[in-house]
Design a protein around this ligand. Structure first.
Ligand SMILES: Nc1ncnc2c1ncn2[C@@H]1O[C@H](COP(=O)(O)OP(=O)(O)OP(=O)(O)O)[C@@H](O)[C@H]1O
Length: 368
C-alpha cells in the first residue's frame, strides 16, 4: 500500500500543491507552523474521512477559501486508486474513489489505511480515557466499516439524549422519549463493545511484544479493555451484551435524570495500561510512558497489516526528535517494509539515516 501522489487545493495553508512521493521513505522538514502536519493530516483524511486533530471539517478549509480539495493517487492490492475529497463551507463534503461517489468513510478506508503518530500520542498513556478511546476509534473506523457506522450512530444518539436530559428541567415531557433512545444506545453500544474487545485483545498481544523488545527485555506491558461494569465478558454474543447494557442503564436511569448527564454506556470505555503489573498512568516514568505509547502505535500497525495484507502508511509527525537514539532506532527498524512519512524541523540527521525523498516545506509550499 502506498500513496504515489497528493494534490491539495485550499487545504489549510496550502493554496495549490502537487506532490509525488517515494514508495518507501519521505522526509518532510521545515520550520514550525509551515504546513508539515497539515500534509499528514490530509493523508489521514483520505484514509478515514476524518482529521486526527480538527473537530469539524470546515477547520480544514483555507481561511480565505470556500472549499478545499484533496486528491490522492494510491496503489493498493496491486491496483491504482484515485480518491478525491472536496470540502465546502456550509454544505456536505463530496468524496469519490475512482470517480464513483464514496457513500461513507468506509469506502475511503477500503483503499487506504494510515497510522498517525504525533508527540501528543507520546502522552496517550498519561491522559484521560478519552485519548485512548480516540485512538481505538480512529483505528477501528479504518479496520471495520460496521464499527464506523455504529460509532457515528452512537454519537448522534448520545448528542440527542444529552439534549433531552439537559432540557428536561424546562420540558419534562421530553423524558417520555428517553426509553427509545436508551434501547437503541444499548443496541449500538453492544456493537462497539464487540469490536473494541477483539481489537484490544490483538493490540495487547502485539504491544506486549514491542514493549518487551523496546525496553531491552526488562518490562512487561499488559492492556485491559474496560467497559460498562455489568458486561462481565465483552466477548459474549451481542444480544447478551445488549442485555447487560440495559441492566446498567436501568439502574442508572434516575441518576441520569437527576444529574442531566449520560452516565451509562461505552462512551466511558477505557484501555487500562499496566507495566510490570502496575498502572502505567500512575506509576510509569516519562520514558516508560513513551515506550508504552510507541508499543501501542507499532501494534496498531501490525493489526492493519494483518487485516489488509499490506502495511498501512505510517505517518510520524515530529515524534523521532522526541525519542532517545535507542527508541528512534527501534522505531526505524520496526517500520521498514511499508511506506513512511516523517516530519521534522531539522533535516540534518534524518536524510543520512534514511534513504528516500526529502521535501522542504515553507508557508504551505514545497521548495524546489
Ligand atoms: N484552515 C486554515 N487555513 C489556513 N491556514 C491554516 C489553517 N489551519 C491552520 N493553518 C496554518 O497552518 C500552519 C500550521 O501548519 P502545521 O500544523 O502543518 O505546522 P507544522 O509545520 O507541522 O509546524 P510544527 O513544526 O510547529 O508542528 C499555521 O501557520 C496555521 O496558521
Amino acid at each position: 500500500m502506498r500513496i504515489d501522489a497528493l494534490t491539495l487545493e485550499g487545504f489549510r495553508n496550502y493554496d495549490r500543491q502537487a506532490l509525488t512521493f517515494h514508495h518507501s521513505c519521505n522526509v518532510i522538514y521545515g520550520e514550525n507552523a509551515q504546513g508539515k502536519t497539515n500534509l499528514l493530516e490530509a493523508m489521514v483524511y483520505l484514509s478515514c474521512g476524518k482529521s486526527p486533530r480538527a473537530r469539524a471539517d470546515r477547520e480544514l478549509i483555507g481561511f480565505d477559501r470556500d472549499k478545499a480539495r484533496i486528491l490522492g493517487q494510491m496503489f493498493t492490492r496491486d491496483r491504482e486508486f484515485r480518491t478525491e475529497v472536496e470540502l465546502f463551507r456550509g454544505r456536505r463534503r463530496k468524496a469519490s474513489v475512482n470517480g464513483v461517489p464514496a457513500k461513507n468513510n468506509a469506502a475511503l478506508s477500503d483503499v487506504l489505511h494510515t497510522v498517525f503518530f504525533s508527540p501528543e500520542d507520546l502522552m496517550l498513556i498519561r491522559e484521560g480515557a478519552a485519548a485512548r478511546r480516540r485512538f481505538m476509534d480512529l483505528s477501528l473506523c479504518q479496520l471495520r466499516p460496521r464499527y464506523g457506522e455504529a460509532l457515528a450512530e452512537y454519537h448522534r444518539l448520545y448528542e440527542h439524549k444529552t439534549r433531552i436530559l439537559r432540557d428536561s428541567g424546562d420540558y419534562p415531557q421530553l423524558l417520555a422519549t428517553l426509553p427509545d433512545f436508551n434501547r437503541r444506545l444499548c443496541q449500538v453500544g453492544a456493537v462497539l463493545i464487540h469490536y473494541r474487545a477483539r481489537y484490544c485483545r490483538a493490540l495487547a498481544e502485539y504491544a506486549a511484544q514491542a514493549h518487551y523488545e523496546c525496553s531491552g527485555q526488562r518490562e512487561e506491558l499488559e492492556l485491559r479493555y474496560q467497559t460498562v461494569s455489568t458486561v462481565h465478558d465483552p466477548f459474549l454474543p451481542q444480544e447478551q451484551l445488549f442485555a447487560a447494557l440495559m441492566e446498567h442503564q436501568q439502574s442508572h436511569e434516575q441518576a441520569e435524570i437527576a444529574s442531566r448527564l449520560c452516565l451509562s454506556g461505552p462512551h466511558k470505555d477505557d484501555l487500562e495500561v499496566l507495566v510490570n503489573g502496575r498502572s502505567a498512568r500512575q506509576f510509569c516514568s516519562q520514558g516508560q510512558v513513551r515506550t508504552a505509547a510507541l508499543a501501542l502505535k507499532l501494534a496498531d500497525r501490525e493489526i492493519h497489516k494483518n487485516t489488509m495484507g499490506e502495511y498501512p502508511i505510517m505517518l510520524l509527525d515530529d515524534v523521532l526528535s522526541e525519542l532517545d537514539p535507542r527508541r528512534q532506532e527501534y522505531v526505524l527498524n520496526r517500520i521498514a517494509g511499508g511506506q513512511v512519512f516523517i516530519t521534522c524541523c531539522e533535516n540534518d540527521r534524518l536524510d543520512t539515516l534514511l534513504s528516500g525523498k526529502v521535501f522542504h516545506i515553507r508557508g504551505g509550499e514545497v521548495l524546489a
